[in-house]
Design a protein around this ligand. Structure first.
Ligand code: C5P
Length: 232
């Protein structure tokens, strides 16, 4: 498989660490989202990093630029390799996140994490977008926000696999295009609305596939990973 799998650990710390030990050697990236981070704090990022994983901190920052700059700086100090902000927070907010990432990593002498701009959540469809006042289709809204993310100088975007090709053509070949909403044909969609298989996400230009429950809820997580890699 050309793209890296990022396993979303939306669990408690005990389960997350046990999954991490199980998945060592099978995947290189783990994602810490709000469920795990708000329970355990920055320490969980360090612990997973110490196990040798590249850790993606997915807190989807969305606040005034000053606050986001400070949060980004603190995330960078954890050793995280990537983190998310909402593109809908605007260009200045995304620029502040990039500044914060550079400042935090410089303070600790670590690599600067990549800032990823979340375009449209993969759980939203056209109807739910309309209820929050966005009349554009998910595809159009993703493109609009991807252009903004590119202008702000972030390293990549998060979008559904369905919009990955458009995001890739806007961001260029070097950017990260990270796609949640990935479901192998044998897995349930859960609450994801705009989904595609790993193979389709790869063909569309995704650089990283975020996959949670099809791996973490499986009776044999490593077998699920290997099946996904074989199918991709
Ligand atoms: O379990 P599942 O594969 O649905 O997990 C997807 C992960 O991707 C979750 O951790 C979720 O927070 C994250 N995510 C998403 N849609 C986005 C951005 C992140 O589902 N647009």
């Amino acid at each position: 498989m050309r793209a890296a799998i990022i396993v979303a650990l939306d669990t408690d710390a005990h389960t997350a660490l046990s999954l991490a030990r199980t998945l060592r050697g099978h995947v290189s990236h783990l994602k810490v989202g709000m469920t795990l981070y708000y329970a355990e704090g920055p320490d969980i990022v360090k612990r997973l990093g110490d196990l040798g994983f590249s850790v993606f901190v997915d807190l989807k920052l969305h606040d005034i630029p000053h606050q986001v700059e400070g949060a980004a700086r603190q995330i960078a100090r954890t050793g995280a390799r990537m983190f998310t902000v909402h593109a809908s927070g605007g260009r200045e907010m995304m620029e502040a996140a990039v500044r914060g990432a550079c400042a935090g990593s410089a303070e600790c002498g670590s690599d600067t994490p990549d800032v990823l701009a979340v375009t449209v959540l993969t759980s939203l469809d056209a109807q739910s977008l309309a209820t929050v006042g966005v009349d554009a289709s998910p595809a159009d809204q993703v493109q609009r926000l991807t252009w903004l993310a590119r202008e702000a100088g972030v390293q990549g975007v998060v979008c559904s696999p369905v919009e990955a090709a458009a995001a890739r053509s806007i961001m260029g070949s070097e950017a990260l295009v990270v796609t949640p909403g990935v479901r192998p044909s044998w897995a349930s969609c859960d609450d994801q609305a705009r989904v595609a298989t790993p193979g389709d996400a790869l063909v569309s230009g995704a650089s990283h596939l975020v996959i949670g429950r099809p791996i973490t809820a499986a009776s044999e997580p490593t077998a699920s990973v290997e099946r996904i890699i074989a199918e991709g």
